[in-house]
Write a protein that binds this ligand. Sequence first.
Ligand SMILES: [Zn+2]
Length: 314
Amino acid sequence: MKSPLRIGIDVGGTNLRVGVLSSNDLVWESRRQTNFSEICQHNASPEALKRILDTLIETISEACNSYPQVQSVGIGFPGFIDPVSHVISASPNLPGLVNTDLVTPLKERLGLPVWLQNDALAAAYGEFLLIGPDSGSLLYVGLGTGVGSGLILHGKPYTGAHGVAMELGHLIVVPDGRLCGCGNRGCVEQYASGTGIALNYAEHEAVVLDAQKIASLAEHGDTRALRAFEQAAKFLAMALAHVLKIIDVSDVRIGGGLSRSWPLMQPVFLASFEASLIPALRGRIRVGLSNSGDRAGMLGAAMLFSADTCNLEM
Ligand SMILES: [Zn+2]
């Protein structure tokens, strides 16, 4: 008997990926540029919400037209998701989306069950399902427009009491540093994301390039461009080492679009990471690159329907 078909959606600040999945297999996929970040920056929140909803419904309907037997929709969304109400309490990269309910209008308009979870936590769950680590637990770090992360603890996505658990991207690594979309200053995300790397480079070069262009310069021997990546690597390593002092898991996976430039970061990352760990942990953490392509986010989102989350208060 075939596995039921489920839609998994990975919402990013600039991209939207929609997949139809049968168990772990991606049977249909659609990608589009969305610029949700810009929409949220330039529109009042009701208008921004309407445009986000319309885009989601359009792409989901497209999938349903091809696969009318789809049974559910799962969405990984960039923001803090209340673990009980599933309302978006805030989204650092989509300003204005505060206490926003995306699930109810989607359910009403689609007539399908809908699950919503933080995008990095959904990707962590997808990665977990794909690799099935022996330890049963996994910390996933997604490097993209922002820095997201998610913890799977004994097979369950760990949300925290308020949906803010494992926000590694918002650990403060530079006191009074760059202003972050979360409202604080000096967060990892402002140095180690695509946006952060662009800022690292602009600080020395007084020119604004995107992370992809900076990566290309670094790969061709531009030392200042390489330094922008190394700065990212140093802060990411410090933050990750600190998180591991708290949660002490053995398996860490790095994914997201920016992980394609990991070779530029890896040497500095490994040196800073080992130095920042408690000596008892050195050499005992398996940090690997995700090899799921972009699939983990869609897979994890699609399988949220079966995910028994834990937050220690439920
Ligand atoms: Zn922040």
